[in-house]
Design a protein around this ligand. Structure first.
Ligand code: C5P
Length: 399
């Protein structure tokens, strides 16, 4: 009952995904929440207010100017009642109105009148989602502290394929229950992120594809969950999430050293870094000249940071990543055992538009007693789901 005693005001706007909201209400109430629903005129074309009233056990609110509804619970009272204002689905039109601060219906008025945490689960056509106007509205709202869950990637009602599907009710509930900052309160979490660079000579190096976005999103989600985060980062162009301590490293050996300097009393270690497995045996002191048609270099193995942490006498709850191009699950399961990990998050690097430099990813998370597939979505959203899962399994292990 992770939402016990929570007052959730569910705003439903006019998208096809509105048909999923009775299920969403049921799942929220199953977690102990009291739910009141506010529905727009357009949404009532997609889902029956009567169904929402039946599952929530409360009258559904439609209009701002309904004397009967106002007499029962006025709109300001309703805005004050809410602990969370969740808008699902949130259409492109809804995002635009919220960003502009319009108050031309009950839902937009409540948004302005509430001090509750505001969470949006957008749903729209993939092109509408990508439209610059929508993205600007979204970032305006995020800058004001609004949280955004999803949207997910996949086939759309209109036949298009892309990002814009509302997250499934179960995923929304999982993320809502993960939102409380108590999830990892007081825990020390060490995270590696980004690539490493292994020098060949003063001008050249070898490295791996990695933007660091997944690791940074995980660091941000861990901070939001109340953890004390030490982020050990390879060379990336991202700003560190507010609230974590950043330690820079260039090579795998440096990253290993930084991790070991910070691992004392860590509760959780998450290795997202794309560490170079090998480094040149010798680093040339001068630029290597192209005098020959072929160049042979000898490489030596780098330390395996993840394995070394997992094998420490007082090892933290250790989570590895497995980026694989084939036999993803088999290799991931093997790594879980051979590196003695608590959990592994596998991703298929051959999947189009996911991973490496993309803003999206999908993960198959595996641990000894179970597994969970986290479907393709933004790395921010995915990181929140992963942190919720790690916290759940960590808490099971430590109690
Ligand atoms: O063995 P493999 O490189 O496929 O394992 C990937 C996982 O191990 C990732 O979590 C990565 O961050 C971690 N790793 C590491 N040190 C290395 C190589 C990989 O921490 N030298």
């Amino acid at each position: 009952m992770l939402l016990a005693n929570k007052h959730i005001l569910l705003g439903v706007t006019g998208g096809i995904a509105a048909y999923k909201t009775p299920d969403l209400v049921r799942k929220l109430t199953a977690q102990g929440a009291t739910v009141r629903v506010v529905i727009t005129h357009a949404a009532a074309e997609f889902v029956s207010p009567m169904s929402l009233q039946a599952v929530s056990g409360n009258p559904v609110h439609h209009t701002l100017l309904d004397p009967a509804a106002e007499a029962a619970m006025g709109h300001i009272e309703l805005a004050k009642w809410a602990d969370i204002l969740l808008i699902a689905p949130a259409t492109a039109n809804c995002l635009a109105k919220l960003a502009m601060g319009l108050a031309d219906d009950l839902l937009t008025t409540l948004y302005l009148a509430t001090t509750a945490k505001v969470i949006l689960a957008p749903a729209m056509n993939q092109q509408m989602w990508k439209a610059p106007a929508t993205q600007v509205n979204l970032s305006t709202l995020q800058q004001r502290g609004v949280s955004v869950l999803g949207p997910a990637d996949g086939e759309q009602a209109c036949g298009d394929v892309g990002v814009g599907r509302m997250l499934e009710p179960m995923d929304i509930v999982c993320q809502l229950t993960a939102t409380p900052t108590e999830l990892l309160k007081g825990k020390k979490v060490v995270i590696t992120a980004g690539p490493t660079r292994e020098e060949l000579d003063p001008v050249r190096y070898i490295t791996n594809h990695s933007s660091g976005k997944m690791g940074y999103a995980i660091a941000e989600a861990a901070v939001a969950a109340g953890a004390r985060v030490e982020l050990i980062s390879g060379p990336v162009t991202l700003s560190p999430p507010v609230g974590c301590s950043l330690h820079n490293a260039i090579s795998a050996e440096q990253m290993h050293q930084r991790v070991m300097q910070n691992i004392d009393e860590a509760d959780i270690f998450i290795a997202t870094a794309a560490v170079a497995d090998y480094r040149p045996k010798q680093v040339a002191s001068q630029k290597i000249k192209k005098n020959n048609d072929e160049l042979t270099l000898t490489f030596v193995k780098n330390p395996d940071i993840l394995k070394d942490v997992a094998n420490l006498p007082n090892a933290p709850f250790t989570v590895g990543f497995a980026a694989e191009s084939e036999n993803v699950e088999t290799y991931a399961r093997k790594k879980l055992v051979t590196k003695k990990l608590a959990m592994i998050a596998a991703n298929d690097i051959s999947a189009q538009g996911l991973g490496f430099n993309s803003d999206k990813n999908a993960l198959h998370v595996i641990w000894k007693e179970g597994e969970k597939k986290l479907p393709a979505t933004s790395k921010t959203s995915l990181a929140q789901s992963l942190i919720a899962l790690i916290a759940e399994q960590y808490n099971k292990k430590s109690t």
